[in-house]
Design a protein around this ligand. Structure first.
Ligand code: GLN
Length: 468
């Protein structure tokens, strides 16, 4: 079997035993990439010579030594491009430093492998908002890979890389994982450092692994989790062992099915696959309970106030002075800001900045931003109450499988499709997408657990994976 089809865990096993060299993994990955990347478009950059050099120098005694991992193009890797899928940063920006996750993975021996396409500044759910290129779903040609981490999902699904990192603000790891048939997890807020992740909405953003198995997700989380003094929102608490309990099964666990997530409008194939997976968990000894998360219907509206508000503030640093694009037709400092932003940002980013500035402006702040924060608290309390009754919550990841590329006729429709993933971000909870058995397009199951209970979430995900 080609090494390109192997999991991180399997590759490490072979490397440790001395049966393969890192360069042989690269040979097989490059074969896949040469065959299909022109059609898939997963990578924004891939410096084969630099990757080969890093692989040859890899220290195989380190826990992830010699393993190639692709990075979403909004996570800084020193010396590499970091375009965020935007024209703003595409021309001349190079990362001057490593992100917190990058440093940890470097210390674990990872070979950084290519920068993956994404919706501009992670705003989108189809990767169609990338200003730089289109990405196809490897599991469903002609369909979107999902987004915003669509390039990372496509790279893993197409066997271009054994694993990738993505970022998830409202579903951007889980939804593309679901659409491409891979595993994608968003850790709890504060579990993984965001230092060096280009900020979209700081109270929601998390970095997480995108892999071909739950075991690989647990392995990568083990290495990227933990306190980072350079990210004041990262929690100074011990990191659990995510691998040792992975195969313990689900016997006796109480699983909640929120009725609001199984409402009308759910695609029949998604409903069927999700319900079959839940029956599988029951067959393995879990008990299933209908629960209610009554404020779910306000989640999308809340998110589309909070996230743009934070984005409008975070993206104010892109003004043509310090980072990336600088307009050549500016005549004074104000026109430098205006023209650089006008030329550098794409339409969705501008829309969000305008929306965010509006909800933060005096006179509207209380009516929109403050109100949204209050509703966010209600959504968090819904989960607290649910977790008094059940150990974990399961639901669809997206209401439909991947739509066709170019088929979005209604922007609101795309926003509403985040209804199942956004609540976990608003509440800061860990959530994962695990691929399900499906005859047609890929479909994932979402599992949500209480804050910092990633080990439990991964254990349930593993039971779903072996039952699928
Ligand atoms: N689709 C959502 C948005 O467009 C979520 C994106 C994300 O998680 N980065 O904002």
């Amino acid at each position: 079997m080609s090494l390109a089809h192997q999991s991180v865990t399997a590759l490490r096993g072979l490397l440790v035993k001395g049966e393969i060299k890192p360069s042989e993994i690269l040979d097989d990955l490059f074969v896949e990439i040469s065959a299909r990347e022109s059609e898939i478009g997963a990578f924004l950059s891939l410096d084969r010579d630099a990757i080969r050099q890093a692989a040859d120098a890899a220290d195989l005694s380190l826990p992830l030594g010699g393993v190639p991992i692709a990075m979403k193009d909004n996570i800084n890797v020193k010396g590499a491009p970091c375009t965020c899928g935007s024209r703003f940063l595409a021309e001349n920006y190079r990362s001057p430093y490593d992100a917190g996750v990058t440093r940890r993975m470097r210390e674990a021996g990872v070979v950084f492998f290519g920068r993956t396409n994404m919706d501009e500044f992670a705003m989108g759910s189809a990767t169609e908002n990338s200003a730089l290129q289109k990405t196809q779903n490897p599991a469903a040609p002609g369909h979107i890979p999902g987004g915003s981490s669509g390039g990372s999902a496509a790279a893993v699904a197409a066997n271009f890389a054994p694993a990738a990192l993505g970022s998830d603000t409202g579903g951007s790891i889980r939804q593309p994982a679901s659409h491409c048939g891979i595993v994608g997890m968003k850790p709890s807020y504060g579990r993984v450092s965001r230092y060096g992740l280009v900020a979209f909405a700081s109270s929601l953003d998390q970095i997480g692994p995108m892999t071909r198995s739950v075991e690989d997700a647990a392995l990568l989380l083990q290495h990227i989790a933990g306190h980072d003094t350079l990210d004041s929102t990262s929690l100074p608490v011990a990191v659990d062992d995510y691998l040792s309990g992975l195969k313990q099964g689900v016997k006796g666990l109480r699983i909640g099915m929120p009725k609001e997530y199984f409402a009308e409008g759910l695609d029949p194939a998604v409903r069927a696959a999700t319900e079959a997976a839940i029956r599988q968990l029951e067959a393995q000894g879990a008990t299933v309970h209908e629960i209610s998360l009554p404020h779910t219907e306000y989640a999308v509206a809340t998110y589309y106030i909070v996230a743009p508000a934070e984005a409008s503030s975070n993206l104010s640093r892109f003004d043509g002075v310090r980072y990336g694009h600088r307009s050549s037709s500016a005549t004074d400092v104000l026109s430098l800001y205006q023209k650089s932003r006008e030329e550098g940002f794409g339409p969705e980013v501008k829309r969000r900045i305008i929306l965010g500035t509006y909800v933060l402006s005096s006179g509207y702040y209380d009516a929109y931003y403050n109100k949204a924060q209050k509703v966010r608290t209600l959504i968090r309390r819904d989960f607290e109450q649910a977790f008094a009754q059940v150990d974990a919550i399961v639901s669809p990841v997206a209401p439909t499988p991947a739509r066709k590329i170019g088929e979005c006729t209604n922007l609101l429709g795309d926003y509403l499709a985040d209804v199942c993933t956004i609540p976990a971000n608003l509440a800061g909870l860990p959530a994962i997408s695990v691929p399900l058995a499906s005859a047609g397009l890929p479909i994932g199951l979402q599992i949500i657990t209480p804050h910092l209970k990633e080990a439990l979430m991964l254990r349930i995900a593993h039971a779903v994976e072996i039952g699928a």
